[in-house]
Design a protein around this ligand. Structure first.
Ligand code: ARG
Length: 468
């Protein structure tokens, strides 16, 4: 081990006379977690080598050797045969060393006009770009699942809540489409983050650029970047894109968490609006009757750690002078864990939503019980000529009478209603029905079944046009 390390230590410093203590080595190494960047590190190196050859800094033979060596390394990594060494600190030095073992001097020439500082910044951007695309796809599947369920329940009536008190009847489809709006905004936030992340740091070298006649645009094109980072100091030290991603992920998880909270409430036997498929739930080891909504609970819990990662990255950056500092190595674990959490959560949720059983009778009953059409009766009285405040007062009175009698508003007799407000006629009962209430909110953004179907259509059209 000491031997191997001594070899590596020679590579970057003849200045140090003794090997770093083992603890420090473990403390500073990142290979355990950054090895997952291997594919992107290789991709970046190949693009860099191609450019070095194009500008005359690398022979055709050397380029071929590097390409062949990298291909073998990729295979070793894919097959789990690559021998990652802590002594070689990080993914970059591990791969470069292996390349040199495989192809000799050509491998030693690869690092011309490059530093690990611009190399790592490039790798993470490539990784994040692929991650954002994957999240985009998963958000699409989740939205599809919600839209399908919403369409099936465009007419299903449930109580809408404010302050978790029954407020007005809404359709379940409308409620679900609210989440489609949220996840659609999340998808655009991810796309927006991708646009800013998709720029090439390579060429910045350590911090100041390089004296070699490099062609950065060529590398950018090869790697599919939209352009190059235009300031070398910024290129190696910027991690905005990582913070942006964590912020977008935290908002996304907040939406998942709110949905989870509702699923948990809806599934409580006290409420009983829905049931989740057994495969998303577990039983209790002591209470045989239990079926617990573990998946939504965990998603709600995992939102906390994603929020934490955002704070980690913001804190990581706030005190750093330009340009690169080793602090930046700490960006990876929060980033990777954010991506893993979001991806796993979305994967499960698309399936979970598809497996929701809706208990429409219970929803309807709850809407009928909570005086949810009181506002409709007030609106009816306004149509009969009362000022809204007077109508509000009259209906509040009626609610009290009904509540004392433990019946719904629609069960009060016409005589009882007229005693409260003489303007009330037989036709008031139509305004008090749940169907009448939701159907009357028939405008863009309203809860009427017709509007839910229109929203479903718009969402499907939008989803068909979003690129991955
Ligand atoms: N492992 C390092 C990181 O993640 C790579 C860059 C190291 N550069 C350096 N000069 N030490 O940031």
């Amino acid at each position: 081990m000491t031997d191997q390390f001594a070899k590596k230590s020679e590579a970057w410093s003849a200045r140090f006379s003794e090997p770093v203590a083992d603890l420090v080595k473990r403390y500073t190494a990142s290979v355990d977690f950054d090895k997952r960047l291997a594919r992107f590190d290789i991709e970046g190196s190949l693009a860099h080598a191609d450019m070095l050859h194009a500008v005359g800094l690398l022979s055709a033979t050397d380029l071929q050797s590097i390409q062949g060596g990298m291909q073998q390394i990729q295979t070793e990594v894919d097959q789990g045969r690559f021998n990652w060494s802590l002594d070689l600190e990080d993914v970059h030095l591990n791969i470069e060393k292996r390349l040199t073992d495989l192809v000799g001097d050509a491998g030693k020439r690869l690092h011309t006009a490059r530093s690990r500082n611009d190399q790592v910044a490039t790798d993470i951007r490539l990784w994040l770009r692929a991650t954002l695309d994957e999240i985009g796809e998963l958000l699409r599947s989740l939205q599809h699942a919600l839209v399908d369920l919403a369409e099936r329940h465009a007419d299903t009536i449930m109580p809408g809540f404010t302050h978790l008190q029954v407020a007005q009847p809404v359709t379940f489809g409308h409620h679900l489409m609210a989440y489609v709006e949220m996840f659609s905004r999340d998808a655009t936030r991810m796309q927006d983050c991708r646009r800013r992340a998709n720029r090439l740091p390579l060429g910045a070298a350590a911090l100041a650029g390089t004296s070699y006649p490099i062609d950065r645009e060529r590398v950018a094109r090869t790697l599919g970047f939209d352009g190059v980072c235009e300031n070398s100091l910024d290129a190696v030290s910027d991690r905005d894109f990582a913070i942006e991603f964590c912020a977008a992920a935290a908002i996304l998880m907040t939406h998942v968490s709110r949905l989870s909270e509702e699923l948990v409430i809806w599934m409580s036997p006290r409420v009983g609006f829905i049931d989740l498929a057994d495969r998303f739930c577990t039983g209790s080891s002591i209470m045989p009757q239990k079926k617990n909504p573990d998946v939504p609970e965990l998603a709600r819990g995992k939102t906390g750690r994603v929020n934490g990662h955002l704070v980690s990255l913001l804190t990581l950056m706030k005190g750093q002078p330009l340009a690169y500092n080793k602090d930046n190595q700490e960006d990876k674990e929060p980033l990777f864990d954010t991506a893993d959490t979001v991806i796993n959560t979305l994967r499960i949720f698309a399936d979970l939503v598809g497996g929701i059983t809706v208990k429409a009778d219970r929803m309807r009953q709850a809407a009928a019980e909570g005086f949810s059409t009181a506002t409709d009766l007030a609106d009816y009285l306004v149509r009969k000529g009362l000022a809204f405040r007077d109508a509000h007062e009259a209906v509040a009175h009626a609610v009290r009478v009904a509540s004392d009698a433990q019946v719904d508003l629609a069960h009060l007799s016409l005589a009882q209603l007229q005693a409260i407000c003489p303007a009330i006629g037989e036709d008031a009962y139509a305004a008090l029905t749940l169907e009448g209430s939701v159907q009357s909110r028939n405008h863009l953004g309203g809860t009427a079944p017709q509007q839910v179907r229109a929203a479903v259509l718009r969402a499907r059209q939008r989803l068909a046009h979003v690129q991955g």
